[in-house]
Design a protein around this ligand. Sequence first.
Ligand code: ASP
Length: 332
Amino acid sequence: MKHLLSRLAPLWAPLWAPLLLALPWAAQAQQGYPARNITLVVPFAAGGPTDVVARTLGAVMSRSLGQTVVIENKLGAGGTIAAGAVAKAAPDGYTFLIHHNGMATAPGLYRKLAYNPLADFEYVGQVVDVPMTLLGRKDLPPGKPQELFAWVKANASKVTLAHAGLGAVSQLCGMLLQQALGVELTAVPYQGTAPALNALLGGQVDILCDQTTQTLPHIKAGSVKLYGVTTRERIGHLPDTPTLEESGLKGFEVKVWHGIYAPKGTPTFATERFGAALRAALKDPAVVTRMSELGGDIVPEAKQTPEGLRAWLRPEIDKWGALIRAAGTYAD
Ligand code: ASP
């Protein structure tokens, strides 16, 4: 038998030879990983709430990985440009994506999406949950939330709503607000809510819904008008600010969650190594303090895992798909 196998071996060499050749490379890649900078793609403009989370994590993860986590802001189309690019990136462990609810909303918003959130990515884990705040420019006439709702209804054809593109949480929050008030406002899209907030601060737009990770300092400085928070419960940083649900928008809730992804096929040794650095960073005092200062709730450790992210994403796709269909919003 042995004699027979050795005689047959050359016949199936084309099958086993490449495997043998690949072995040292794979072992080498694993052994030295990470051997160079790692790119963490952020789907929105620098300085915005998603970028703040990424850069806070990246600085600490770089230390534990021994290589720099380079933040790359890849903009456009509510985050779908970045997600599509990462889905097609080399699965070599040197490209990751941080994204928020937009990973779950895009399938319901875009008929032709260049990726499938459930099939085209490996999962690293969830990061932090962040509330949103409904803001007006500083000189907007209404004072209380109910006055804002009445003012928006009375002036709907003139009111401008800034957001970060179809699928961005600022756009989704705006979509739910318009649906709740039964109005259609003029949307002013930006490449992220960093430029959107600048427009609000400059009085160029009327309202914006954005994460506390960016808006808290401006609220505390009094440079914007605050009408409510989008979470079911009031938030510690703004104890006197009612939720939008309290102010009459029944069932209104938008909580921004964040996940980290890699291109499908990224080796497990890479996603696990990056995941370990993520979980260490989420315990780092500097990260804990910064996230807390910005109104973020770091998710429990069980959610900071591939299983924790995958288990969360699937029902979120269904939930947001239903909300989007009810609002009648979609892109081609
Ligand atoms: N807040 C943006 C959004 O609406 C994201 C960002 O600019 O970080 O999704």
